[in-house]
Ligand binder design. Structure first.
Ligand SMILES: [Zn+2]
Ligand SMILES: [Zn+2]
Length: 169
């Protein structure tokens, strides 16, 4: 069952705060979704998104720019949007951390391992909602979700999904 969608719009862009790269999601996103206040954008939750160019993670409350160029739209249509969730590993912190990354559309059994390795190596830069640097420990629990059209959610540290992570201290 799909949620009830508002009028769909063309894919919209985010302008990276760090390098001005135009980030385009691989699917169209409605301005708001009737009856589903949790889906992004809802003008309440922040969306954490890694720039594919400079790898810096920024938080967005809404789209930043007008419709993308046609060529960009095409170039991004074969990408997938992953959501990476974990709790901040700094001792005693445990703050939920969640951000989205764009990746190539081929998903294999090693994809999640590759994403974990990238995260562990400091590939994505930025700070967590708690202010600590984005980092994980070796065997830390991570959750990877593929986000499809109409399923984009912003950062919500009170979401019940975080109950499954327990505490790491
Ligand atoms: Zn950037
Ligand atoms: Zn922290």
């Amino acid at each position: 069952m799909h949620p009830v969608l508002g009028p769909l719009e063309l894919p919209q862009g985010f302008e990276c705060e760090h390098c001005s790269y135009r980030i385009v999601l691989p699917f169209p996103t409605p301005k708001s979704i009737a009856g589903r206040p949790d889906w992004w954008p809802n003008e309440r939750d922040w969306l954490y998104l890694a720039c594919p160019d400079c790898k810096q993670i920024s938080a967005y409350i809404g789209f930043r720019s007008a419709a993308p160029l046609a060529s960009q739209k095409k170039a991004h249509a074969d990408e997938l949007l992953w959501r990476i969730s974990f709790r901040c590993a700094v001792e005693g912190c445990n703050t939920p951390v969640q951000f989205h990354v764009l990746a190539e559309s081929t998903v294999t059994e090693t994809t999640e391992r590759e994403l974990r390795a990238k995260l562990a190596s400091g590939y994505w830069k930025g700070v967590s909602p708690c202010g600590h640097p984005i980092a994980i420990t070796e065997n830390q629990k991570l959750v990877f979700d593929l986000i499809h059209e109409g399923r984009l959610q912003g950062y919500n540290p009170n979401h019940r999904m975080w109950n499954n992570f327990g505490s790491q201290t």
